[in-house]
Write a protein that binds this ligand. Structure first.
Ligand code: C2E
Ligand code: MG
Ligand code: MG
Ligand code: MG
Length: 264
């Protein structure tokens, strides 16, 4: 039995009382309305330098704030990607993040980018003019891309253009998926984010503990050998933070240091 929420009506992003889930069409029109009603927000999560524990950047994470509660990006980004809506949403995200930099509210911001956005022929030109108009230094912005998009061969030239522009790129969720160690060391990227699934096993009193830490140690060693800094995502305890620092992670990010929050 579900209590009816204030505001009435069911959310197309939750199962209905009879257990059916809403149709794609309902979900898509709800997402369209979210954009029109200005219900998307960016929350920011800090990233710290492992050695000094000083905040060095913030990751922008999309939130859909509805009157009935918050919808996780995991619940609407796949739909935004399959429908193409991620392109206008991604432009909004970039504009917001660059504005936060322009107004000096943050010094360095990391933005998540979907493959479909990168496939837009004018992606880099659009980003370049956005930065120029706002007089924001390209080095203040990082783009986080997942392995699946980085492995498309045609993206290599986009990565090179971004590098030439001075916007840095990170491989997000490394190790979760069809990771290629070759790709890691051969792509023109500037940072590797080690997937939370490895970090979760670090510092646990289980036989897997050693392996999780050893896997991270291996990734860090390889990345470091190629001059690539690393960031561990999903750091939740002091013990994890200290072990990850010891194996040489450059930066740390996770609930232990701060949750994603709206800017004041
Ligand atoms: P991601 O880029 O790998 O972001 C990290 C996710 O882990 C975020 O989930 C963050 O809230 C969560 N997280 C951070 N620290 C911890 C921790 O210590 N423990 C745990 N359990 N979780 C932690 P979130 O915000 O739900 O975002 C999920 C995914 O949605 C992101 O994964 C990213 O792939 C995607 N996403 C978010 N915002 C955007 C966006 O603006 N554009 C695009 N294209 N994708 C986005
Ligand atoms: Mg990310
Ligand atoms: Mg990630
Ligand atoms: Mg992840």
């Amino acid at each position: 039995y579900r209590v009816k929420r204030a505001g009435g009506g069911h959310s197309p992003f939750e199962p209905q009382q009879d257990g059916r889930s809403s149709s794609q069409v309902e979900r898509l029109s709800a997402l369209h309305r979210a954009i029109e009603r200005d219900e998307l927000r960016l929350y920011y999560q800090p990233k710290v330098n492992a050695q000094s524990r000083v905040v060095v950047a913030h990751e922008a994470l999309l939130r859909w704030v509805r009157p009935s509660g918050m919808v996780s990006p995991l619940d609407f980004i796949p739909l935004a990607e399959s429908s193409g809506l991620i392109v206008p949403i991604g432009r909004w995200v970039l504009r917001e993040a660059v504005d936060v930099l322009r107004t000096g509210r943050l010094q360095e911001v990391c933005v998540n980018v979907s493959a479909l956005e990168l496939r837009q022929a004018d992606y880099v030109d659009h980003l370049r003019s956005l930065l120029e108009e706002s007089r924001v230094a390209p080095r203040q912005l990082w783009l986080e891309l997942t392995e699946s998009s980085l492995l498309e061969p045609r993206f290599i030239s986009v990565l090179q253009e971004l590098k030439a522009l001075g916007v840095r790129t990170a491989m997000d969720d490394f190790g979760n998926g069809y990771s290629s160690l070759m790709a890691l060391v051969s792509l023109p990227i500037q940072m590797v984010k080690i997937d939370r699934s490895f970090i979760a096993g670090v510092g646990e009193e289980t036989p897997d503990e050693v392996r999780a830490l050893e896997v991270v140690r291996g990734i860090v060693a390889l990345a470091t050998a190629y001059g690539l800094p690393t960031v561990a995502e999903g750091v939740e305890t002091l013990e994890q933070a200290n072990l990850l620092t010891k194996v040489g992670c450059t930066d740390l990010q996770g609930y232990f240091f701060g949750r994603p929050e709206p800017l004041p």
